[in-house]
Design a protein around this ligand. Structure first.
Ligand SMILES: [Zn+2]
Length: 456
């Protein structure tokens, strides 16, 4: 090595003086007061009582965390990010009406440029609300990957696939996984995304499962979304949607199942067999809006060892990509569903939203906790507002009082994406103007076309 070769530089970040939420794998969460979080090259190397810099850390970028609570970044375990363009455009309708009269006709209008604008708007919304990782399922995934690369977030991207798309669409899905898995400095991972067992035939599910195993990626699929789908599957083919996933190799490849409200007792041993690589994303706001019952059987799934995570679903149903709202609704609806106020405690709820999300995406070795060795995905929240005070229990404040707007600073992979409420990787006014300009065309369904017909 010549003398002129610069020494390898280590990018240091020091979050100074913050309280730190610890989310253990089991048991109660707790708060360590007044800590420094030391980050080198995107990885947390130390969490220690605040004090003087050490020589190796001099020159580090410093974030003043005093008076703020640091928590692991929230994970949105199921969404369709570009659907923010359809926010509020499909209200007060049944599930059938939502798909057949509103969403699938609108989606037939989408261009790559629309998806690009929608994904960037979604990224801005998620950074603002402390979501550092999201599991997405949508069309034009290259545009979403570009938005993730540009804005600095972390995401697992599944290209939505319908059997009606044919061989070309299937090949494109696999090509996307080959091109982008591990992309954006490792912040992008890919899952294969057959839409659902009622829109993708068994042969294609098998082919995609084989590709997933070959590529070492997972599957992200809607299944047993509600009980009517399970009943219809039993009636039409004699087996539940979960058994379809088993018979076509989807469970064996490792699956993130969206919703699962129609998972029935006979499915549990099957899911339990694959518990290490199976997760269910619970998105309660959309079940409440569509008047669906029962909800995701969270207690039974956890008892079977299956990972449960928190999602919003797309904003055409959920209206926001706010995981605070989603995790609060998980706690509230689960208590009500099992009629037990002592169940789904604040610690358990926070665990689902961070560790559960990480596990659901197969990223449990990288994210989900603020501990040495983990990637530095850090959210600093300000719980000093009147809606959080007096602050008897910060964990309860996070679950039941905090708002997305209490998030002050967001770090992903050691890079500051929002500092004291200011987005650093997004030109917000330009982005909002572009999204607004696209909406009228996206919402026009007078052509009578649709990407699919809902008849599960
Ligand atoms: Zn969905």
């Amino acid at each position: 090595m010549s003398d002129r070769t610069p020494p390898p530089t280590t990018r240091h970040l020091l979050v100074r003086g913050c309280d730190v939420l610890r989310v253990p794998v089991t048991g109660e969460c707790d708060v360590l007061p007044a800590q420094d979080i030391v980050v080198a090259d995107g990885v947390i190397v130390d969490v220690r009582p605040t004090g003087a810099d050490r020589p190796a850390e001099r020159g580090a970028e410093v974030v003043d965390g005093r008076g703020l609570l640091a928590l692991p970044g929230l994970v949105n375990a199921h969404t369709h990010s570009p659907m923010v363009l359809m926010r509020g455009a499909a209200e007060d309708v049944t599930v059938e009406g939502w798909f057949n009269d509103r969403v699938w006709p609108m989606e037939s209008n989408l261009t790559a440029e629309d998806v690009r604008a929608g994904a960037r708007l979604a990224c801005a919304e998620m950074i603002r609300s402390g979501v550092t990782t999201f599991a997405d399922h949508y069309f034009f995934p290259e545009e979403i990957a570009a938005a993730v690369a540009e804005t600095g977030l972390r995401a697992d991207l599944a290209p939505t696939y319908f059997s009606s798309g044919g061989r070309r669409a299937l090949d494109a899905t696999v090509a996307f996984a080959e091109a982008w898995h591990g992309g954006a400095d490792g912040r992008v991972t890919v899952s294969l995304g057959p839409h659902a067992p009622y829109t993708v035939d068994d042969k294609d599910l098998r082919t995609l499962s084989d590709h997933a195993r070959r590529l070492g990626v997972r599957m992200h699929i809607h299944a047993a979304e509600h009980l009517e789908q399970t009943e219809s599957s039993l009636e039409r083919r004699g087996i539940t949607p979960v058994r379809v996933l088993h018979e076509t190799g989807v469970l064996d490849a490792g699956a993130l199942i969206a919703h699962g409200c129609g998972i029935v007792e006979e499915d549990l041993p099957l899911l339990g067999e694959y518990a290490g690589t199976t997760a269910v994303a619970c998105c309660p706001k959309v079940y409440l809006k569509h008047a669906l019952s029962p909800l995701t059987p969270v207690r039974e799934l956890l008892a079977a060892g299956v990972t449960v995570a928190v999602g919003t679903d797309g904003a055409a149903g959920h209206n926001t990509l706010d995981v605070w709202e989603a995790l609060r609704l998980v706690a509230l609806t689960q208590k009500q569903a099992v009629r037990d106020a002592t169940w789904m405690t604040v610690s358990d709820t926070l665990r689902l939203a961070v560790r559960g999300g990480a596990r659901a995406l197969g990223l449990q070795d990288r994210i989900g906790a603020l501990e040495p060795g983990m990637r530095a995905d850090i959210v600093l929240t300000d719980l000093s507002g009147p809606h959080c005070r007096p602050l008897h229990d910060p964990r309860a404040a996070l679950v039941y009082s905090a708002r997305a707007s209490d998030v002050r600073t967001v770090v992903v992979d050691g890079r500051v994406l929002m500092r004291d409420g200011r987005l650093l990787t997004v030109d917000e006014p330009a982005l909002l103007a572009e999204a607004d300009a696209r909406v009228a065309r996206v919402l026009d369904t007078s052509h009578g076309k649709a990407v699919q017909h809902y008849d599960p």
